[in-house]
Design a protein around this ligand. Sequence first.
Ligand SMILES: NC(=O)c1ccc[n+]([C@@H]2O[C@H](COP(=O)([O-])OP(=O)(O)OC[C@H]3O[C@@H](n4cnc5c(N)ncnc54)[C@H](OP(=O)(O)O)[C@@H]3O)[C@@H](O)[C@H]2O)c1
Length: 351
Amino acid sequence: MPKPTLAIVGATGAVGTIMRDVISRRDDVWGEIRLVASPRSAGRKLRIRGEEVTVQALSEEVFDGVDVAQFDLPDEVSAHWAPIAAANGVIVIDKSAAFRMDPDVPLVVPEANPEAVRDRPKGIIANANCTTLALIPTLAPLHAAFGLKSMTVASYQAASGGGKDGIDALYDQLSAIAGNRDIGFRAGDVRDALGEGADAAFGSPLALNVVPKVGGWKDDGWTSEELKVRNETRKILGLPSLAVSATCVRVPVVVGHSQAVHATFDSPVTVAQAHKLLADAPGVVLVDDPAAGRYPTPIDAAGLDDTFVGRIRSSLDFPNSLDFFVVGDNLVKGAALNSAQIAELLLPEFS
Ligand SMILES: NC(=O)c1ccc[n+]([C@@H]2O[C@H](COP(=O)([O-])OP(=O)(O)OC[C@H]3O[C@@H](n4cnc5c(N)ncnc54)[C@H](OP(=O)(O)O)[C@@H]3O)[C@@H](O)[C@H]2O)c1
């Protein structure tokens, strides 16, 4: 059998760029690879697997002969085009939020529920949100051993979670205030230094700041990101009643979503047990040596495949509970790598 044909749709974006890197450094399992984006990018030449490939504008014809398509597109563009690609016989792996909670679309993290790729009545498989993806490789083995009962999360999310526009906005803001040591002391002085438009990308300026709003506003004061952490964790772990409370915060970091987690289990759990389990868990690196000052940080996780966990403590006032800190690159495991792993789970279907 010839190797299957892959399309990367949204190949010019923040995730699409890392998707090309990830595919280029993994096993060479794909035959032809097509790069697709909006008509704005048609004709651009981008590198993948060491070769230049010309970007095509998204159309029904680009899916002719494609076996698997990686969709790295805004929600509304995926919502429109994924069913069209699937109707043409393409297996779509979608990274947007358009299909994640659809009961007929599996939401897959290979470390937790790889078998779910087989049950895809719509021909679409969803890739989880980047915040959830940083959590699951750590939560899945802890849940399997001790039974996850509830979780409270506070996130510290990178600017690149807002795509290439988010990355540009952070660098523009940092450039605008670089070397200015007189600001940050009085309310409004950072806004004045940044000028008009500094709220556009994140809702508030991000330079010298943290912003407790990621995603859009939903009912009762929750944000879409906070609801994604709750709903997607429940779906992936098969725990529809899991108690989850999340507060999602944007921080002035380029890549790497960090999360402070308080998790309660059905059974007693010790730090030593958690260390032993997580040291062997696939996709997880344990970085937890307080005496040596070793703990995970986003700048040490940037560009890497694994998720990192440390600061594991037994909760002082809550039985059967651990507190810990996880960090994962939102563009790598949080997007491109997870969906590359999903696609590789499909390979036996083409052999
Ligand atoms: N950033 C993250 O950390 C992250 C993590 C997990 C999941 N995701 C999800 O992944 C998806 C892509 O995010 P991103 O951060 O890569 O966004 P991005 O940097 O804004 O890139 C968007 C991509 O979509 C293409 N596109 C936009 N409108 C299009 C249209 N009408 N037709 C065809 N192509 C179109 C763009 O092509 P042009 O360059 O031609 O405009 C570009 O390639 C989103 O659904 C996002 O929620 C993002």
